[in-house]
Ligand binder design. Structure first.
Ligand code: SAM
Length: 347
């Protein structure tokens, strides 16, 4: 096998075998990554030109009933300084975001039981009432099908739920026993059936991850065809069981962004905060690898540092008018333009 030939094949057919994906991942090199990004950018331009979509991220709570071994807001972390936003807080984040030009609001949080269906539906419908031309994205973890249906009926448009890894044994190494891959996948299927634009995704370089695991992630993305896909490097958090593991590679993350763009050319692909945290100009590097979404933080300044999923998480930047201008300028310098629109997936 030859990586450049495989990348050409992927460009033409959007499909490879599991072994071929494994070969691509295991033979990662600067040369292959360069070639992959050239093809990925070409593909992305066919669908999205040089537009980059912005999403206003609102981190609504760092209270979580789950205990994922990698995550800084896991329930066993007694050192986390817990908070949750009120409906009023969230609406004022949207107000600031709307005036800055955001037309998608992403509410993300730990699995905080306070945000019941009733509470969440009220928040979603209030946002949609006030901002009917905006999309609402939720990223609140695993819920029942009935719950997802209620959130959809209240007006939510999109749901992000990373699958984290498509290998069930690897999944079990990252999560406690009460969480399993089967349920995660069922949640993703339910979200799709209900009519959400659905996002999955995984961490790059998570503990115990192998080339084969990443190949399975890529095959899953090829088969599931998510509307969005969140891919960021694993970064250790000092108060978790994975504190002594090394961070994933920013370069491998960019290579995988390019491959995902080739698998699924119209996918909405964020250049993640984790990539920006790990690498200087990481977000720009992600865009140059084939990403087309950035998710600046609209959370109140007082809580931003508390949503600490991993060490040194970026919590400044494009959330203010000045920050957004800086991001706009940086992206313009590399040939891209931030657009003020909902930025739905092109079908
Ligand atoms: N509770 C929701 C869920 O589980 O989907 C949303 C919040 S969760 C904190 C969002 C994402 O953060 C996870 O899907 C995970 O991939 C990522 N994350 C958590 N800890 C991380 C770490 N140490 N390094 C990189 N990403 C991490």
């Amino acid at each position: 096998m030859n990586s450049l030939i495989l990348l050409d094949k992927l460009y033409k057919t959007q499909s490879l075998s599991l072994d071929e994906y494994k070969f691509l991942v295991e033979n990662f090199s600067a040369e292959n990554a360069d070639y992959a990004s050239t093809l990925a950018v070409k593909k992305r331009k066919e669908f999205y030109g040089n537009s980059v979509f912005i999403r206003g991220l609102i981190e609504i709570s760092n209270i979580c009933k789950n205990d994922c071994y990698y995550c800084g807001i896991r329930c066993s972390n007694r050192k986390a300084d817990r908070y949750r936003l009120t409906k009023e807080d969230i609406l004022s984040c949207c107000e600031v975001g709307f005036s800055l030009g955001f037309r998608t609001f992403v509410m993300q949080g730990g699995e905080d039981p306070y945000f019941s269906d009733e509470v969440m539906c009220d928040i979603v419908s209030s946002i949609k009432e006030k901002y009917p031309d905006c999309a609402v994205t939720l990223s609140l973890g695993e819920r029942s099908k009935e719950s997802y249906q209620k959130l959809f009926d209240a007006g939510a448009d999109r749901y992000l739920l990373r699958h984290e890894t498509a290998d069930s044994c690897h999944y079990a190494k990252l999560h406690p026993e009460n969480l399993n891959l089967e349920n995660r996948m069922d949640c993703l299927k339910n979200l799709r059936k209900i009519g959400f634009q659905v996002g999955c995704g995984f961490m790059v370089g998570s503990p115990y991850q192998s080339g084969e695991h990443l190949a399975k992630d890529l095959k899953f993305i090829e088969e599931f065809k998510p509307d969005m896909c969140g891919i960021g490097p694993f970064i250790p958090h000092k108060d978790t069981p994975f504190k002594d593991f090394s961070a994933g590679s920013a370069e491998l993350t960019c290579y995988l962004l390019s491959i995902v763009r080739l698998i699924h050319p119209s996918v909405l692909l964020p250049a993640t905060t984790a990539l920006g945290t790990l690498k200087e100009n990481g977000r720009e590097k992600g865009i140059l690898a084939g990403a087309n979404v950035v998710m600046p933080n609209l959370s109140p300044e007082s809580t931003r540092a508390k949503y600490e999923l991993y060490n040194n998480k970026l919590s400044t930047g494009a959330e203010s008018a000045n920050g957004l201008e800086a991001l706009r300028k940086n992206l313009k310098a590399i040939g891209y333009e931030i657009v003020e629109s909902r930025g739905d997936v092109k079908k």
